[in-house]
Design a protein around this ligand. Structure first.
Ligand code: FAD
Length: 477
């Protein structure tokens, strides 16, 4: 699974081999877990972070790394759902998050290709022009400077849009730069599989050991538990595709609000084209989705491919991330809706402030326990509908195998995905996700079995690569 960010020297941390006791345990070494550990540096608390694979190899290592304030259609969604004041509060939070990123980079002298850009949001769909006007109106009222545009600074059509200020960076260099400054302990290849509450502390079970902690932070992109909080009812997963190609460098980034959406940025001598984002429960023909993106690259740019990749992110059903307390000393960070660069730094700050009992102006905005709203109910209904449809139709029909090198067969009543490699060797993995029982789909690009319901991912021999599943799907004997 190569991508453009992976071409740097990796940091290495030990595996946890003994039981331990700490004050704060953070689960997940992505951007949000690493930033939370960092912001607890100057406390007297003993902080431990555990990562089931290597740090920075989850969604944070496969992002497009735009530090974006305008964020597509987000503010229209927030206004529809919560009204102007909350949308304005979210804008303020993003500007605060941006200032934290700048401060972290300067204070720690992190060389991460951080660069100011012109940032565009655009449409090629006449019915979306009104949405752009509404965004402009919102930014005018909030005194955030944007300008209407009728084209992009490259040969790619945009009939209407907005231009503001943005930033881009190398996400993995930022993450490693922060990780290097963490004073607590980090353990890799240490997977959390369960936790229980005992009196005033938690006992957390990893694949080998147990950890006793007072505070527990789930920063694992999609938390694996159902209770507390009924998580699967409040979160949905989205998959997006990225295509990088050789190009002269340019100093802008852009995102469309159309369906399918397109995202553009540059890094060194590469154009990074992302998009075709979809609920993981729909559009499950990944090959077709990649090809659609490739066609855009070919038709509009005619450039030589550097690398391609895809990954998933999590969305809440009311468009605001969850950053905060879920029950006694149990904290959660998730649902960045594909705007995780600023939000993960902000999350680190908010969670550390909560643990250290310090005030933060944005704690209330992102709190987990918030009221139902019209859009939340609508989105919950949609997500549940697509999830149920996917679950039932895959159980009735044999899973579509889009690729000749893989098939689904039944052995002793259990469905197995069988992948035949270049040496004609067969690799077996159970075809059902241990998380909630959905049928897995083969992902040819990554040579993996992916869950369309909540985005767990397994290699061809059934080893878990990405949660929320905690278990492998290996074939016994
Ligand atoms: C294609 C794409 C492009 C994007 N581009 C942008 C962009 O340009 N700008 C932007 O702002 N946002 C972007 N995003 C969103 C952003 O990348 C994510 O929101 C952010 O990286 C999420 O960070 P995280 O720390 O929550 O998750 P992750 O980076 O996934 O980290 C979670 C970590 O937890 C670990 N973990 C999981 N379960 C366990 C367990 N049981 N035990 C131990 N460890 C566990 C995982 O291995 C992983 O390393 C994009 C998203 C996608 C899908």
């Amino acid at each position: 699974m190569q991508n453009i960010w992976q071409n740097i020297k990796k940091l290495k941390y030990p595996t946890l081999n003994d039981d331990l006791t700490c004050d704060v345990l953070i689960i997940g070494g992505g951007m949000s877990g690493i930033l939370t550990a960092y912001y607890l540096n100057n406390s007297n608390l003993k902080v431990t972070l555990v990562e089931m694979n290597k740090i920075g190899q989850g969604t944070s290592g496969f992002t497009t790394g735009k530090i974006n304030i305008i964020q597509g259609n987000t503010y229209n969604d927030l206004i529809n759902n919560f009204g102007f004041n909350k949308a304005k509060k979210y804008l303020d939070s993003q500007l605060y998050g941006l200032s934290l990123i700048k401060e972290n980079i300067v204070k720690n002298n992190i060389a991460c290709n951080f660069e100011k850009t012109d940032s565009y949001v655009f449409t090629n769909d006449k019915s979306n022009v009104e949405k752009i006007n509404k965004l402009k109106n919102f930014f005018d009222k909030t005194n955030y400077k944007t300008h209407i545009i009728k084209n992009l600074p490259i040969n790619y059509q945009a009939i209407y849009g907005l231009k503001g200020e943005g930033y881009v960076f190398h996400p993995l260099k930022y993450l490693y730069g922060i990780a290097n400054k963490i004073k607590g302990n980090i353990y890799e290849n240490t997977k959390v599989i369960n936790f229980i509450k005992e009196k005033n502390h938690y006992i957390v079970y990893t694949n080998k050991n147990k950890i006793k902690t007072k505070y527990l932070v789930f920063a694992c992109n999609y938390p694996f538990f159902v209770f507390p909080g009924l998580m699967p009812l409040k979160l949905s997963t989205y998959k997006s595709y990225v295509w990088a190609a050789e190009s002269l460098n340019q100093h802008f980034d852009a995102i469309s609000i159309d369906n399918p959406n397109i995202s553009i940025r540059y890094f060194e001598n590469n154009l990074i084209l992302g998009g075709f984002s979809h609920r993981t429960t729909t559009n499950i023909n990944y090959k077709q989705n990649y090809l659609k993106l490739k066609n855009i690259l070919k038709q509009n740019f005619n450039l030589k491919t550097t690398c391609i990749w895809s990954t998933t992110d999590v969305k809440t059903n009311d468009f605001l991330p969850f950053i905060g307390l879920i029950s006694d000393n149990l904290y959660i960070v998730t649902g960045f809706n594909k705007w995780g660069m600023i939000n993960s730094t902000l999350a680190g700050k908010i969670i550390s402030n909560l643990i250290l009992k310090k005030d933060n102006e944005y704690t209330e905005l992102f709190q987990f326990h918030r009221a139902l709203s019209k859009e939340k109910i609508k989105s919950l209904a949609y997500d549940s509908f697509y999830l149920t449809k996917r679950f039932i139709s895959d159980k009735i029909k044999k899973n579509k195998d889009f690729y000749k090198e893989c098939e689904v067969i039944k052995i002793n009543g259990i469905n197995y995905g069988v992948y035949t490699d270049e040496n004609n060797q067969k690799h077996y993995a159970k075809n059902t996700c241990p998380h909630m029982g959905c049928t897995l789909i083969f992902n040819r690009q990554d040579k993996s079995w992916d869950c369309p319901c909540h985005a767990s991912k397994f290699d061809i021999d059934g080893n878990i690569l990405k949660g929320p599943s905690k278990n492998d799907i290996k074939k016994e004997n």
